[in-house]
Design a protein around this ligand. Sequence first.
Ligand code: ZN
Length: 207
Amino acid sequence: MSISRPDPSRLVACPTCDTLYRFEQPAPRQTAACTRCGTVIFAPRPGAISTVLALAIAALALMAIALDFPFLSMTANGLTAKASVIDAVKSFAVDDMAPLSLAIALLILLLPSLRLCLLIYVTLPLFFGLRPWPGARTAFRLNVDLRPWSMAEIFMVGVAVAMVKVADLATISFGPAFWAFAAVAILLAAKDAVTCERTIWHILRSA
Ligand SMILES: [Zn+2]
């Protein structure tokens, strides 16, 4: 008598309680939840790839707009100062604060943009019904791994806190880049909410 070992690539673990299941792709609009703890493991949505792709392209375009236009202008005692996102990054680029400047550029601009480019690279061929492009799995893995380091949304929270602090000292007006960056933060959150990582992994593995 021989006991067959289950194919490890066909097993999925619940991200909360590690219960193992044999993988079966749920039908569109169905979700697969862990029977032990109730965590949703798969939630494929019809048309999700096109939604993710559209959100990623829109966020990348808005990010480009946010770079080029004024972000905030402050008026106090008859003097007006305008600042762009690049100015915010450059403002620390003096003496020993330069690493901070580099970190801000990386965390709020470069990594979020890189993640969007990687996601577009992964989802564009899938949207057209083509086979994934070379390195798509590595690109998607990198996109997932970089998520904790992508802080465009946190930058907006920081800006909001700073504005409350200086509101009594100066008159603040928002430039186009502010609204573009706020829209980027919303689109990034919407993209993460729509993306079912396991479904994309399944498509990439079975292609
Ligand atoms: Zn579970």
